[in-house]
Design a protein around this ligand. Structure first.
Ligand SMILES: [Zn+2]
Length: 79
């Protein structure tokens, strides 16, 4: 039982340490953050039905447009 408590404390410690590292990384200047980011920026587009903005990679491709969901593609294109 005592071992379990020690193990739990170690896991919590690791978790806190990782969380702290992630937080400090977010506070880095934007120039160094941009360097670590993938080269291609997400292209945002808006759904012609509801106007919500979605990354192009998540968009549902229709014949005339891209939509936020299959339901809205169906609504706009009827297929
Ligand atoms: Zn939509």
């Amino acid at each position: 039982m005592k071992l379990l408590i020690v193990l739990l404390a170690v896991l919590v410690g690791i978790w806190l340490w990782k969380r702290g590292r992630r937080l400090s990384r977010q506070q880095e200047p934007s120039s160094s953050r941009a360097r670590s980011r993938p080269r291609q920026a997400q292209i945002m587009m808006s759904c012609p039905v509801c106007g919500v903005h979605i990354p192009q990679s998540d968009a549902v491709q229709g014949q005339r447009n891209s939509y936020c969901s299959v339901a809205h593609r169906r609504e706009a294109e009827g297929s």
